[in-house]
Write a protein that binds this ligand. Structure first.
Ligand code: F6R
Length: 260
């Protein structure tokens, strides 16, 4: 893993956006793995600014979301279909037909999960997967004790996740109890991983994922097995890293030939 610590959340968003833009510039029909939640918002805003300024062409870009709530109508403002449309598709001028999410409303959820896996395979896999991390170490909605080889499936949201996401709803009781999420095995199939985290609330999860043992108790720790994972975090999220000085030194002395 490459760990990059930057002073502010805004710098995290800018650098992460640079990485995604690089992928799109190299491959105009790139498949981008899309996370929802607060963590990637600055990435999407920075990419949208590049698109709207005429510096980045996203017309051929394809997108696959990580997860979707079960039980929310598609048109609910907090369904991930709505969030992805509002925060990603429209500002980044993506073709809506090229952006897919797991179907949280399917009558046969198991078949819908299999169809999502097949769609990911048919697309040729995810070129770069954007990830946030939950306070409990989840990535996607793979809550602690998720199988490290799991595929897209139904999951029960952890109480902590429901409490964390209550900020998006008028009433905490409205937060769905279940979701459909790409599995850890699905996420690990991406060619490249880009995890961002900001704020002290993510400090323990980041430290466990990056420096702890690989364990289903911290699903993000599976990324230690990924051959090309970059973790970009602000100082607050880095506060519990034992080797923070080493990561700062490594980034400051990164040879020019080393790919970013
Ligand atoms: C979102 C997702 C989650 C979030 C995580 C962090 O699609 O899969 O893993 O990335 O819950 O959420 P925020 O960024 O809101 O702190």
């Amino acid at each position: 893993m490459e760990i990059i610590i930057l002073p502010t959340p805004a710098e995290v968003g800018q650098l992460a956006a640079r990485k995604v833009a690089q992928t799109i510039s190299t491959k105009p029909a790139a498949v981008i793995g899309l996370a929802t939640g607060s963590s990637p918002l600055e990435i999407y805003a920075a990419l949208a600014a590049q698109v709207q300024g005429g510096f980045l062409d996203t017309r051929q870009v394809r997108g696959f979301a990580l997860d979707e709530y079960v039980g929310l109508p598609r048109e609910h403002p907090q369904s991930y279909a709505s969030v992805i449309h509002r925060e990603v598709v429209e500002p980044m001028r993506l073709d809506p037909a090229q952006v897919q999410l797991p179907d949280g409303r399917a009558a046969d959820l198991e078949a819908a999960c299999e169809a999502y896996e097949a769609a990911l395979r048919d697309a040729g896999g995810v070129d770069i997967q954007i990830l946030g991390i939950g306070g409990n170490g989840h990535i996607g909605f793979n809550e602690p004790t998720s199988s490290l080889r799991s595929r897209t499936r139904l999951k029960t949201l952890a109480p902590q996740t429901r409490a964390d996401n209550a900020r998006f709803f008028d009433d905490p009781e409205q937060v769905p109890t279940h979701c459909v999420t790409q599995g850890l095995g699905t996420i690990m199939d991406a060619y490249e991983i880009l995890l961002v985290a900001q704020g002290s609330g993510k400090g323990a999860a980041v430290a466990a994922a990056v420096e702890g043992p690989v364990t289903a108790m911290c699903p993000g720790s599976i990324l230690q097995f990924h051959p090309h994972a970059t973790v970009i975090i602000d100082e607050a999220a880095a506060a519990q890293l034992v080797l923070a000085d080493y990561y700062r030194y490594t980034y400051a002395n990164k040879p020019a030939w080393q790919r970013f």
